[in-house]
Design a protein around this ligand. Sequence first.
Ligand SMILES: [Mg+2]
Length: 178
Amino acid sequence: MGVGQIKRAVFLDRDGVLNPVVMRGGSPASPRSRHEFSLIPGAGEQVARLKRAGYVVIVVTNQPDVARGLLPQDELAAMHRVLADEAGPDEIRFCPHDDHHECACRKPKAGMLTQAADERGIDLAASWLVGDGYKDMQAARAAGVRAVLISADYNAQVEASQRVADLAQAVDLILEQG
Ligand SMILES: [Mg+2]
């Protein structure tokens, strides 16, 4: 990236974007052990496409099961080692809190995005978020980034300006629109 060029990011939600959700009681949920965690096919290639186009790729994921005592920190760390090794994002950020903590990082709040932008000098208006839930779409709006929703059975009711079938199509759209 040349001097004076705008620094752009693509923020990727994790569950339902880079790895399949785990269905619990008919609702999409997060993996609670490394054994429930695997990347979708081609996740690494899609991250690589974004990085080749000059985007900083940052995973931003709510993991309230940490606060709820349902997800041990070492299991989360093990998942994120797999994610780092196999998909190669520039950074993985997670919020371990639950609603009652009233933190600034839990989506739909924008904290994970705005903090990364502050630290790295990222232009949020030139950036994107890819997610699969309403909290992702709201966090994108709050941060002032453009959003793409990956369609799934469980998110038909979610309002989204742009909807695609999968991560590969999300990357196609981002690379087309810049
Ligand atoms: Mg998700």
